[in-house]
Design a protein around this ligand. Structure first.
Ligand code: 5AD
Ligand code: SF4
Length: 468
């Protein structure tokens, strides 16, 4: 049993990340023969992409996928720690699985992802969820075949979680959910240690993938007809800072643009590491989408300082203004309300900032104390009721701007990568270059293609259009 250890997870040394290769062991290729698996994913795109690796490994072990967990032989929860409700959802699902396991003793239940990296979660599982069969963390997805094999041969709960800075494992197989849009990791972990955030503990030290591995992956995607890549990292703007040589996101974006893939997105950006050079590259290449996700978290410099964000409200606005010079750019953000010590005045500063920036999209959250983070130890006198009120007020305002921004697009002709069939009957849907969802009538044969659509109507969260 290898349990998570927060003291170890927090450590950062100057050592560079080592690169390993996925070691496929053909001995295990029949491990899952005749068995069905179901993976439930919580949280961010990084987790979604990890699930794509996990599914490919399970397929390689002989399992087959099912989309119904009630008839699966193996259920794996790929969990998220970012806020308490993600925790609660995963524990709720474990509760449901307990009942199923009581009826079907052969059901294998596993847990992985960020929650597996948390000491408190594993303590609780050891006490109250002894029937969970195996657990692995974010650093050892590549060990899944060994962990499963050990569990299946010994039949005892198997926990293997590394709490270390982490390395980079290349060559893990991937079963992509989408046939024309792909996630490509460019880095792992985060060294920013914003005081509210659990990610630096659950995902380890920042480690950038080398250019050649990224470009080779993208070239393969192009060969297979992919139209869009999203370059993923917790803080992509810090890409390359861990290299001993000079190569950063500006350089990488340019090299990825030169591959000729039609659409490039990247997320998430931290304002601290955003350079003018990056902005110039985004302006220069038509295939880098003019859509920037730039979490602000708060509009109060006092709260930003307590959050350890390393910028003031004024600095954020200065960067925002520069970004807005990119033609037709859209900017989205993340905002936390109810951070400890946030007064009504601080909150009003957030509202002022929102009124200035008029974001195209915003993900808004109530602060959720995460055990082990500095912010969880701060005294917090604001009631939940007050925090909910602030969230409601904020949402009303951000929604108003989503609609206003969308209305400004009526009549414009936009390029859309057609995603699939819309929830709206008889329509297709897709995303504009600025990442806005648009519905329109068209032939299913257009799915996966980039088409031109004229915007005819605007809603808060989507546009309507007609094919040109
Ligand atoms: N409480 C609330 N929101 C959080 N986020 C990260 N940690 C917390 C927390 N403890 C939000 C931030 C981040 C987004 C991914 O999740 O806004 O940008
Ligand atoms: Fe968390 Fe993002 Fe801050 Fe890193 S930069 S600590 S992932 S909020």
């Amino acid at each position: 049993m290898l349990l998570p250890n927060y003291a170890e997870a927090r450590k950062r040394t100057k050592n560079n990340a080592t690169k390993e290769f996925y070691n496929r062991n053909s001995e295990f290729c029949n491990l899952g023969l005749g068995k069905k698996y179901f993976v439930k994913t919580y949280g961010c795109q990084m987790n979604e992409h990890d699930t794509e690796n996990i599914k490919a490994i399970l397929d390689d072990l002989g399992f087959t996928e099912t989309d119904n967990y009630t008839n699966a032989d193996l259920v794996l929860l790929n969990t998220c720690s970012i806020r308490e409700n993600a925790h609660n959802k995963a524990f709720g699902m474990l509760g449901r699985l307990k009942h199923i396991k009581q009826l079907n003793h052969n059901l294998i239940v596993g847990l992985c992802g960020c929650m597996a990296q948390e000491e408190v979660v594993i303590d609780e599982i050891l006490k109250k969820y002894k029937w969970v069969d195996f657990i692995f963390g974010t650093h050892n997805i590549h060990r899944l075949p060994y962990i499963l094999n050990d569990f299946l041969s010994v039949g005892k709960q198997r926990i293997e979680v590394y709490s270390r800075e982490g390395n980079i494992v290349e060559g893990i197989p991937v079963k992509r959910e989408n046939k024309f849009k792909a996630y490509v990791n460019i880095m792992y972990g985060c060294d920013k240690f914003c005081t509210y955030c659990i990610v630096p503990y659950t995902r380890g030290k920042q480690r950038s993938r080398i250019k050649d591995d990224i470009i080779n992956e993208i070239n393969d995607l192009i060969k297979n007809g992919y139209q869009e890549v999203t370059l993923l990292g917790q803080n992509v703007n810090a890409y390359g800072k861990d290299f001993s040589y000079d190569y950063n996101l500006e350089n990488l974006l340019e090299d990825v643009a030169k591959t000729g893939i039609p659409r490039i997105r990247f997320m998430t950006s931290h304002p601290w590491d955003f350079t003018d050079g990056m902005l110039n590259v985004i302006k220069k290449y038509k295939n880098i989408m003019p859509s920037i996700h730039l979490p602000v978290q708060s509009g109060s410099s006092k709260i930003l300082k307590l959050m350890g964000r390393r910028y003031t409200k004024e600095e954020y606005i200065k960067l925002f203004d520069k970004i807005k010079k990119i033609p037709n750019v859209s900017v989205s953000t993340d905002i936390i309300v109810g951070f400890p010590n946030e007064t009504e005045d601080d909150f009003n500063e957030t509202i002022d900032l929102v009124n200035y920036c008029k974001f195209d999209n915003a993900f808004t959250f109530i602060f959720s104390p995460r055990i082990g983070t500095p912010a969880s130890k701060l005294e917090d006198l604001t009631t939940l009721e007050e925090k909910e009120k602030r969230l409601y007020t904020l949402n009303e305002i951000v929604n108003k701007y989503f609609l206003e921004n969308n209305q400004k697009m009526i009549g414009k002709i936009v390029k859309v990568l057609v995603d699939g069939i819309s929830d709206k009957k008889g329509m297709l849907c897709g995303y504009t270059e600025t990442n806005k969802l648009i519905n329109f009538i068209g032939d299913e044969a257009l799915i996966g293609k980039i088409v031109e659509v004229q915007v005819t109507d605007a809603k808060t969260w989507s546009l309507d259009g007609k094919l040109i």
